[in-house]
Design a binder for this molecule. Structure first.
Ligand code: NAD
Ligand code: DAU
Length: 339
């Protein structure tokens, strides 16, 4: 047997893509997927790999300190890859408390458990949103950009990044951090911009564009993010942070028009709606450190990634319709409870 990886948040969007990626590339390794199955967790994302001997699911909440310590001391993983988080900015505006509980306290509990069980290698998956909001002509974020989070979501992620770094400096915990741009691709929960727009159009519904649609995000196909984390785990320098981006800045309006074009729909399907509170204007990432030091480069172009993503949502209507109806939340009860 190879290494044992404990992946938190593996039933979510990026975590499940990472588990598929890892199991295919390193079949000798064992993945323990630790997830609380919040509204964002969906074990159907992992349906095709749920039975092999190299994969195991553990239902647990990272804010439960004792349980997390118990799991980590019994599993003794070689590495923890920490994806679990409350991840949606709009939800953090409606109810910030869960963001502090999971993203700050939950990360703290994992760090403590990693420290108390033999200084386990710890990779923390974070976001470019910790750096704040750029003006139209500002230089992209990089690893030295000062933190300036502006939503409860980004503030909670920033806090967790600081804790992770503190555990390196104070206790010598072997950590790395990645701050990544906006991901898109399969298994993306249809509350986020791209999957919401694609699934709405399939259902014949309009697509809600916040404000004037001129906010800018940097987009990266999720598989490219998985490859970046793989490289950081294999070759990343302990204690270091790596910024990961797609070099693909688009306004939300451009995204909307690209989706309309690829789905043969007209601009009458756009509905301008009230803006997000405190809406960050622009994110952009300078990935030159990970490109230079680890040889990473994004492989999927925006055009190709968008085509693949739209095709995936067309072919997997059952997956997202169960989410939109709420039926997906019965999957664990039906298929896992008595295991
Ligand atoms: P997601 O919301 O799709 O998934 C989050 C997962 O974490 C879910 O499976 C959920 O059940 C689980 N979870 C939530 N609270 C938990 C708790 N208390 N205990 C255990 N599990 C819990 O998120 P995502 O988009 O896949 O993002 C994964 C990580 O990557 C997050 O840390 C996020 O901040 C970061 N990130 C996301 C993006 C992006 O574009 N989606 C970009 C950069 C960084
Ligand atoms: O930058 C990385 C971050 O990207 C991650 O850390 C977050 O977890 C992830 O959710 C994402 O955050 P955003 O807020 O950028 O993603 P979202 O898909 O919610 O919104 C993208 C942009 O689209 C943003 O400017 C708001 C806008 N938007 C969003 C929705 C859901 C709309 O115009 N209409 C919508 O309905």
């Amino acid at each position: 047997m190879g290494k044992k990886l404990l992946v938190t948040g593996g039933a979510g969007f990026i975590g499940s893509n990472f588990i598929h990626y890892w199991i295919e590339k390193y079949p000798q390794d064992l993945i323990v997927n630790l997830d609380a199955l919040t509204y964002a967790g969906n074990l159907e994302n992992l349906k095709s790999i749920e039975n092999p001997p190299n994969y195991k699911f553990v239902k647990a909440d990272i804010s439960d300190k004792e349980k997390i310590n118990e799991i980590i001391s019994s599993e003794k993983p070689d590495a923890i890859i920490h994806y679990a988080a409350e991840s949606h900015v709009d939800r953090s505006i409606l109810g910030p408390e869960n963001f502090v509980r999971t993203n700050v306290l939950g990360t703290f509990n994992l760090l403590e458990a990693a420290r108390q069980n033999g200084n386990i290698r710890f990779h923390h998956v974070s976001t470019d949103e910790v750096f704040g909001s750029l003006g139209p002509n500002d230089a992209p974020f990089n690893e030295t950009t000062p933190y300036d989070p502006r939503s409860p979501y980004s503030a909670s992620k920033a806090s967790s990044d600081h804790l992770v770094r503190a555990y390196f400096h104070t206790f010598g915990l072997p950590i790395t951090i990645s701050n990544c741009a906006n991901n898109y691709g399969p298994y993306h929960f249809p509350e986020k911009l791209i999957p919401l727009f694609v699934t709405n159009l399939i259902e014949g519904k309009k697509i809600p564009l916040y404000g004037d649609g001129m906010n800018v995000r940097d987009w990266l196909y999720v598989q490219d993010h998985c490859e970046a984390i793989d490289l950081i785990l294999q070759k990343g320098k302990i204690g270091e942070t790596y910024c990961v981006g797609g070099n693909c800045e688009k306004t939300n309006k451009e995204i909307a028009y690209k989706i309309l074009e690829l789905m043969n729909e007209g601009e009458e399907m756009i509905e301008f709606v009230a803006d997000r509170k405190g809406h960050d204007l622009r994110y952009s990432i300078d990935s030159s450190k990970i490109q230079r030091e680890l040889g990473w480069t994004p492989k999927t172009s925006f055009e190709e990634g968008m085509k693949k993503t739209i095709q995936w949502y067309k072919e997997n209507e059952d997956w997202w319709k169960k989410i939109k109806s709420g039926e997906y939340q019965n999957y664990y009860e039906k298929n896992y409870k008595d295991r």
